[in-house]
Ligand binder design. Sequence first.
Ligand code: SF4
Length: 415
Amino acid sequence: MTEERKSIRKKIRATKEMGRIMSEYFYELDAAAKSSDKKVAWCSSVGPAEILRSLGFHVYFPENHSAMLGATRMATDLIPYANAIGYSPDICSYLTADVGAYLKNLTPLSRAYPGIESIPKPDVMVFNTNQCRDVQDWFGWFAEQYHVPMVGVYTHRGIGGVTEAHVQSIAQQMEEMIEPLEKVSDNGFDMNELKRVMALSRECSILWKKVLDTAAAVPSPLTFFDGTIHMGPAVVLRGTRQANDYYRVLLAELEERVKNHEGAVEGERFRLYWEGMPIWGRLRQHSELFGGLKACMVASTYCNSWIFSAFDPADPFTSMAKAYTELFIVRSDEAKERYIKEMIDFFKIDGVVYHDAKTCPNNSNNRYGMPQRIEKETGVPSLVINGDLNDLRCLSDEQANTNIEAFIEQLEENR
Ligand code: SF4
């Protein structure tokens, strides 16, 4: 490849507004944790946040914090402190980075938001094992440190179709959470309030999907790397007006780009799909590397994971149970393969990049022959990058970059 590589990263104007609402969110959480009359719930990223908001909790998402530890490249140095107390370097590096940060009394929130000295102290921990078992162990450790109760939903995993029996069992577990949560929150459960929050969450999901779907345009107005930043409100503020107002602003900007045929990657030549977790400490480098090769990473399973199409405010528990169980990560390989093939089609994908994240088997879908099966059926080539979401010791930059460049050359030759 002799052509000079130059990548111009197009800034999204709405980023400033997102910074404002995220800052407001963290300062409110910090204030709630310090006050005697407000309550904080910690929630796993695809846990029942709507129930918590309806009960008046301020909701904090440890995975979001761990992603910040990764993006600020603090995680790799903190993981060994969790290893030293018995958490293996092979398990979730969100967990180990977060435990390490707590043990060292460090948080990236302090640098990003002056005046915030620590993560918000929880009053209760709430998880759903739909994504993995690690969240249960992670939250359990913190529940012991803070001497607070923990409640959880135990989800069936590796399922093909989501059946009535799956949905009913999850809906029942969610209803059974209400009583212990009411005791912590001091607020009585109000079905109308849950319906109101659900309606907002549903709207957030619809808007977020529309944002991501703009990437079907050629050239794509956004990249997966943009998506990992702009998904923040869909994760931590779903169920609030702020998130929805924000996504309307972002959507308008992206639709304007589509109208003007303005691509996120100048001279877009290849359209790629990212399967797996981001490598948080290398977002900028990867965005520049792919951009410089005129390859736009247009879409990903990861960003799509906060689309909850089944949400129905008229039937909160059943629809929440369905939405949080039909997620990609919960499903069998057959269901996942069907989904990826649909994405390849919808986003007009030239190549799929699988990230084999050393410490997250739950989000590493290359390990049982899936890339080969999909490639055989679609003719769309794939590449596997070995790395990790947070532990940069698992990534060889040199090897990853060489493999990415060779992959793009292969796509070029195939043209
Ligand atoms: S899904 Fe993976 S990254 Fe997320 S909490 Fe579970 S093990 Fe960690």
